[in-house]
Design a protein around this ligand. Structure first.
Ligand code: NAD
Ligand code: MN
Length: 361
């Protein structure tokens, strides 16, 4: 049997409630998987900053690099006013560990009048460049009309190619899962490249052409992956009209950020939506929600986003079978609709929900 070492970074607020739920889930996975886990508790976040002066201690980064196979990150609070010396630890972690993709699966629980067809898509966001290189400057306009601010939008062939390749790999994996479970087995594997190259012909043009080239590789084409291109504004329209039409969406950083938060709204609660920050050989699972100070300490945080993030992390650690078991148990809990947290209209607490999911393994 194999032991995976997982770093646990609860962070602030309800991060401290949902990360223990994720650990409990991993510990309860069926022994027949032949998987064992060991855990190491690590610090990061605003409370950590207030007590130690740093939001992301070197020890956290070093331990992840040297000892861990993967990690779970809860959420961190950001100071409400700019605070000297504070910067977001998850953004820093993505850089330090070269976690170049943010992967966000969005799956509906049950049909709704607005969306009668099941939504099951994943947004693959490039995580290292685009406008987020944060090379900004402000200067005075020559004509005295006030200030002008500028930002660099940087797109590289290397980053565009590797993110598209990852999107292709995800599409292949999802197709394999659909075929093996018989669940939506006829759905066409599709990667939609999102861009605005009609206006930004060089930057987004490079993203579009590089992504297409990567996805035209024989290994993807032999798997029957369809490639589609979509200009980002019409993408938003279609995504909110017909979300069931999509499978894998790949986007540069900014569009991916906006699309992925928007898409989370399609399925009801922030407390349901997982993500993972992925690099070559490492993944950090992270629920999409924040530290939710309004409900912290009450034991009612919805753990589903974290439980699903555990599964996404495991997929990228090549533990697809374990991931599938978790997805299935979570879906069963949700579709039964008996034990739901308050954000879903129920009264169940965090621990009750985790135990109900585990019971279904
Ligand atoms: P939030 O996601 O923390 O909360 C938004 C609303 O959703 C709140 O009403 C909250 O109670 C509810 N909610 C969120 N997660 C839930 C869950 N698991 N179960 C039940 N209800 C849930 O966003 P916010 O209120 O805008 O931000 C609070 C703090 O979190 C801020 O300091 C913000 O900077 C930080 N934040 C961090 C991250 C992150 O770490 N990735 C993301 C967003 C916000
Ligand atoms: Mn965002």
């Amino acid at each position: 049997s194999r032991t995976l070492r997982i770093g646990l970074i609860p962070g602030d607020g309800i991060g401290k409630e949902v990360i223990p739920a994720g650990r409990r889930l991993l510990e309860a996975l069926p022994p027949s998987l032949g998987l064992k886990f060991s855990f190491v508790d690590l610090e990061a976040g605003f409370e950590c900053f207030k007590s130690t002066g740093v939001a992301l201690p070197d020890k956290t980064v070093e331990t992840l690099k040297k000892e861990c196979d993967g990690a779970l990150f809860g959420a961190v609070s950001s100071p409400s006013t700019p605070t000297k010396g504070y910067s977001s630890p998850i953004v820093a972690l993505r850089k330090k560990l070269d976690l170049y993709a943010n992967v966000r699966p969005v799956k509906s629980v049950a049909p709704t009048p607005a969306f009668p067809d099941p939504i099951d898509l994943v947004i693959v966001r490039e995580n290292t460049e685009d406008l987020y290189v944060k090379e900004e400057k402000t200067y005075d306009a020559a004509d005295g009309s006030g200030k002008i601010a500028e930002a660099i939008k940087r797109i590289s062939q290397r980053a565009s190619s590797r993110i598209a390749t990852m999107a292709g790999e995800i599409a292949v994996r999802r197709q394999r899962v659909r075929q093996s479970t018989g669940d939506a087995a006829n759905k066409q594997a599709l990667v939609t490249i999102t861009h605005k190259s009609n206006v930004l012909s060089q930057t987004d043009g490079l993203f579009r052409s590089t992504a297409r080239e990567a996805l035209e590789a024989p290994r993807f084409q032999n798997s029957g992956i369809k490639i589609e291109e979509q200009i980002v504004d019409s993408m938003v329209y279609k995504l909110f009209r017909q979300p069931a039409d999509y499978d894998v969406i790949v986007a540069p950083n900014l569009y991916g950020d906006i699309l992925s938060d928007g898409a989370a709204a399609l399925v009801g609660s922030l407390g349901l939506v997982p993500s993972a920050n992925v690099g070559d050989g490492f993944a950090i699972g992270e629920p999409c929600h924040g530290s939710a100070p309004d409900i912290q300490g009450k034991g009612i945080a919805n753990p589903i986003a974290t439980l699903r993030s555990v599964a996404v992390m495991l997929e990228f650690l090549e533990q697809e079978e374990a991931a599938a078991i978790i997805y299935k148990a979570v879906d069963a809990n949700l579709s039964e609709g008996r034990l739901l947290s308050p954000d879903m209209g129920g009264t169940a607490g965090t621990e009750e929900i985790v135990e109900d999911v585990i019971r279904r393994f």
